[in-house]
Ligand binder design. Structure first.
Ligand SMILES: Cc1ncc(COP(=O)(O)O)c(C=O)c1O
Length: 391
């Protein structure tokens, strides 16, 4: 039956994060014992009431029809106000298109830019769906690896610049990064943008974690250094900063002339984000200071609680991330993170993401999402300690 389906899709492998989640869920069913899930990148708090209320009102007042492909004008206006205020830039509503989550943004951008055989430079370890989106378009990936040293995750910036040539179609940066929490500096952003300008390639910046920082400021955006004709697209999302993962709302910030082409792609994929959800998201943006302050406080507490332990454990090498909500750490002597993560499920009932899911440079590491309540973190850390802190 499968032989006359699309071979590319059939041969596509499930990510190692999904593999471990399925393993953990099966195990839970078979044994009847709870498996504590820390494999996905998702907070455990539900969306603020103020956002839900606005959406419910909109739903009750009949906002149940097809909507503009790039998003309703009120939301695009609010997005431009938000982005201009947070990054001290000067965008217009026409620079922002609303999409069904950052994931959809990634896919649309790859549809727009990547043809079979095109070279895409990306920095790893990186969230697997980014790599998959490029591979689905048959792009060829050239990967530059971050390195963990005593100052945290760092890039060999010269290496990154040198990897960009006249053959490069697109450079992909995810900062703050999933899984590492790496933040590209403003200076590097400015230099990299200049460099891509020189080669005429696209620079795609995934900034979905821009509000998840622990120094009180949003992480820097490439938009701060952009000129109107730059081939720069920034992908963003309501998911992480506003506890809205299940709403499936994101936005892309792009040169104005791309708007109509993005609209066509939205039309033939999801035909747009439901209007009552867009209206709820306007309330999120209007109240972003309170919402993100509260989120950062919660996350800082859980980060510190996790690293108070993790950084003292014998089998672990780690650095405390300044952004995003992941502990991504090296386990001494571990060379098969998928098998090790399965063993952790069997022996501790805790599910973590194996580093190999984030590319070859992620092997030897594990990722735990710390966007969780105190009790959950205490529970998983006490279960993991006998293995990760043994002598
Ligand atoms: C780096 C990165 N980009 C994009 C996304 C997509 O998020 P969403 O589709 O929920 O907006 C994620 C989600 O985990 C992510 O980690």
């Amino acid at each position: 039956m499968l032989e006359n389906l699309n071979k590319e899709i059939i041969s596509f492998k499930e990510t190692a994060i999904m593999e471990i989640a399925n393993f953990g869920r099966n195990r839970e069913q078979i044994t009847g014992h709870k498996v504590y899930p820390a494999w996905f990148g998702e907070g455990d708090a539900s969306t603020s009431q103020i956002i839900c209320d606005k959406s419910i009102d909109a739903l009750n007042s009949g906002k149940t029809f097809y909507t503009y492909q790039n998003g309703i004008p009120e939301l695009r206006l609010q997005l431009s106000k938000y982005m201009n205020e947070v990054f001290n830039i000067n965008t217009k509503p026409e620079h922002h298109s609303v999409v069904n989550g950052g994931m959809m943004g990634l896919r649309l951008v790859c549809d727009l830019i990547v043809n079979s055989g095109d070279e895409v430079v990306l920095v790893g370890p990186v969230w697997p769906n980014i790599r998959s989106s490029v591979l689905l378009k048959k792009g060829k990936i050239k990967e530059i690896s971050l390195k963990l040293n005593k100052n945290g995750w760092e890039i060999d910036f010269e290496d990154l610049l040198n990897s960009i040539t006249s053959k490069t179609k697109m450079v992909f940066i995810n900062s703050p990064g999933n899984p590492t929490g790496w933040i590209i500096s403003k200076e590097q952003q400015e230099l990299l943008l200049k460099h891509t300008r020189k080669f005429g390639c696209w620079l795609i910046s995934d900034e979905v974690y821009h509000q998840i920082t622990f120094n009180g400021l949003a992480a820097p955006s490439f938009l701060k250094f952009s000129k109107p004709n730059d081939r720069l697209i920034v992908i963003n999302s309501a998911s992480k900063s506003f506890d809205m993962t299940g709403w499936r709302i994101g936005w892309i910030t792009h040169p104005e002339e791309l708007g109509e082409h993005i609209a066509k792609l939205v039309q033939i994929t999801t035909t747009g984000v439901p209007e009552f959800l867009q209206i709820g998201f306007i309330a999120a943006l209007q109240n972003y200071k309170n919402i993100t302050n509260d989120l950062r406080q919660r996350l800082k507490k859980s980060r510190d609680m996790m690293f108070d332990k993790l950084s003292t454990w014998n089998q672990v090498e780690c650095s405390i991330p300044e952004a995003a909500f992941y502990a991504f750490f090296k386990v001494k002597g571990m060379d098969n993170s998928l098998e090790f993560a399965k063993k952790l499920i069997v022996e501790t009932n805790v599910g973590v993401a194996p580093g190999i899911a984030f590319g070859e440079s992620g092997e030897g590491h594990l990722r735990i999402c710390f966007a969780a309540k105190e009790k959950f973190i205490q529970e998983i850390m006490s279960r993991l300690e006998p293995i990760l802190n043994k002598n």
